[in-house]
Design a binder for this molecule. Structure first.
Ligand code: PEP
Ligand code: MG
Length: 576
């Protein structure tokens, strides 16, 4: 029996046979090609692009309506990458220079690019290495005319060094009943992780040399418990325990289904707002199904990252109006102004590099230096807010003078719009994200200036613990249940009471059962999370009694580490 610990990407408890994805499913032979055959190889290459594109468009067509549009966009990006002129030129030049078969040239070029991406500082680019490999495998598959390599995956857990986004979509489209995924760590924000969550496949990331392990006949995948683990060749006793745990998990799933259309109120009748963290847009069908109270965080950077220039005012207005229409005009939609820098960059604008970008020009710091960009966005938000429940929020606020600047700028824009005879919501609410320690310590004063706080616990944990949230080495140190982070959150909750400022949490913990119990015990009543987590959040909210949470609050704030915090809350949940 071996236990491999790691991260949970999507929760589940599964006992099933493992299926090992070979590191090289497509065996590539390398051979030289004579001068006169080079053109034939180029022709084969072009044919493979055509075929790969055809297959991709079929896949996109088949998946329309079955998966969220934002997930399909991944495939559209791959579609464009297949035609990337730089990549194409490089292959053709190498073919002529190295005179090797096109398969070998593709493999070498893909490896070169994907290695270059892997070395990049920016984790978002690093994770794009998988997309490059995906393109390569599509081309090789087209050249080999290879059909699915996953025929015998049905009912099993897929074990892989990495899995490409399009492979996952292929598996889904072919209706293969994949029970779970175990893969080495590529980051919670990788496309594969995002897709696994959307497709609701229990997924674990962690371990090393997974393909070299002895997996045995069946394994346990547990991404539900406190410490996500994969167990190979389990003993009879462990297996018995897991069968019980699996029943509990299934029971909870049933409960969740049953509460999906019920209000998110606690046992003592306190309404808890369960809102959604959104990228560019959300399908109405998804919003209807999850019965969300609003969008607590619209990450507008995705609108900026998509195009090839800063988006115009009109373009932004249309997007914000559409998101609000999809959500329901009366429901709150909090639009966060551009949060760029550190891990997020723009394809058309190079932010000057700094020694420590996470502590440098990012979020509001960047937009305050580029006032015209901020102005365009605030104008768009103000204009879209007419007759809609839209609020504006700024990321990475560090001190009061920044708040004064944004408020002055907003007033200036309102004056301009009035002079131009353009209507907008004059009473729009302005809030800030609390994700920097100085904002925590100054929250009581900051609250005098603004309408609401939204605590960004993802970044707040990074800055309180001085640990890069994407660090692969220190992913044990980065933990938002560290009592230091919880104390900071509680300080903001207390400050919000003092000034009667609304407060919400929009980091990942707001969608986790443990996080919800803790945040409610601090008196926080608005939580914003990934759509997938809303039903489970509603279920736990309905089991809690706010007036009885004081003890939990005291114990977690008194804990010495995150393990103790998790243990206390888990025990509490067990007895609900
Ligand atoms: C956060 O930092 O908690 C947050 C919600 O913002 P983002 O994850 O987009 O940085
Ligand atoms: Mg943040």
């Amino acid at each position: 029996m071996e236990k491999i610990y790691g991260k949970s990407i999507y929760e589940g408890i599964i006992i099933a046979e493992p299926y090992l994805k070979g590191q090289n499913n497509l065996e590539i032979e390398s051979f030289s090609v004579s001068e006169e055959d080079i053109d034939k190889e180029i022709e084969r290459y072009e044919h493979s692009i055509k075929r790969a594109k055809e297959k991709l468009s079929h896949l996109i067509h088949d998946l329309k309506g079955k998966v969220a549009e934002k997930d399909l966009q991944i495939l559209s990006v791959h579609f464009m990458m297949l035609d990337d002129p730089m990549f194409k030129d490089e292959i053709q030049i190498s073919l002529r220079k190295d005179r090797l078969n096109v398969e070998e040239i593709i493999k070498r070029t893909v490896n070169k690019y994907s290695e270059a991406f892997k070395k990049m500082k920016n984790p978002l680019y690093r994770q794009r290495a998988l997309d490059i490999q995906d393109i390569g495998e599509r081309l090789l598959e087209a050249l080999a005319d290879n059909e699915s390599i996953y025929d015998s995956l049905n009912g099993k857990i897929l074990i892989a060094h990495d899995i490409l986004p399009s492979e996952l979509l292929d598996i889904f489209n072919k209706k293969i009943d994949i029970k779970g995924i175990v893969m080495e760590y590529v980051g919670e924000t990788s496309h594969t992780a995002i897709l696994a969550k959307s497709l609701e496949i229990p997924t674990f990331m962690g371990g090393t040399d997974l393909l070299k392990k002895e997996w045995g006949e069946f394994i346990i995948l547990d991404t539900y418990s406190e410490k996500p683990v994969v167990i190979t060749r389990p003993s009879l006793e462990v297996l018995k325990n897991y069968k019980t745990l699996q029943l509990e998990f299934e029971k909870e799933k049933e409960e969740i289904k049953a509460t999906i259309n019920l209000p998110s109120v606690t046992l003592d009748n306190v309404k808890i707002n369960l809102e959604v963290n959104a990228g560019q847009k959300l399908d109405k069908t998804i919003l209807d199904n999850i019965n969300a109270d609003g969008i607590g965080l619209l990450r507008t950077e995705f609108i900026y990252m998509k195009g090839n220039k800063f988006p115009e005012e009109i373009e932004q207005i249309k997007i914000y109006e559409k998101v609000s229409d999809n959500l329901g005009k009366e429901k709150p939609l909090i639009i966060r102004t551009l949060d760029i820098g550190a891990d997020k960059s723009l394809p058309y604008y190079k932010i000057p590099s700094e020694q420590n970008p996470s502590l440098g020009e990012r979020g509001l710091r960047f937009t305050l230096h580029k006032k015209e960009i901020l102005k365009t966005q605030i104008r768009a938000i103000l204009r879209a807010s007419k007759d809609r429940n839209i609020k504006i929020m700024h990321p990475m606020v560090t001190n009061i003078s920044e708040i004064e600047s944004i408020l002055a700028l907003t007033e200036e824009i309102k004056k301009e719009l009035t002079e131009e005879g353009i209507s907008f919501n004059d009473n729009i609410k302005t809030g800030i994200m609390v994700e920097v320690p100085s904002a925590v310590l100054m929250a009581d004063k900051m609250g005098e200036y603004i309408d609401f706080f939204s605590i960004g616990s993802n970044d707040l944990a990074q800055y309180i613990l001085a640990t890069d949230r994407f660090s692969q080495k220190e992913n044990n140190l980065y933990d938002y249940y560290n009592p230091a982070v919880l104390k900071a959150i509680n300080l903001v909750a207390e400050a919000s009471v003092k000034n009667n400022t609304d407060v919400a949490v929009c980091g990942e913990m707001a969608g986790e059962v443990i996080g919800i119990v803790i945040l409610l015990s601090f008196g926080i009543k608005t939580l914003s999370m990934s759509t997938a987590f809303i039903p489970r959040a509603r279920n736990i909210v309905r089991k809690l009694n706010i007036s009885k949470l004081e003890k939990i609050k005291k114990s977690v704030l008194n804990s010495k580490n995150s393990e103790e915090v998790r243990h206390i809350v888990r025990e509490y949940i067990k007895n609900l």
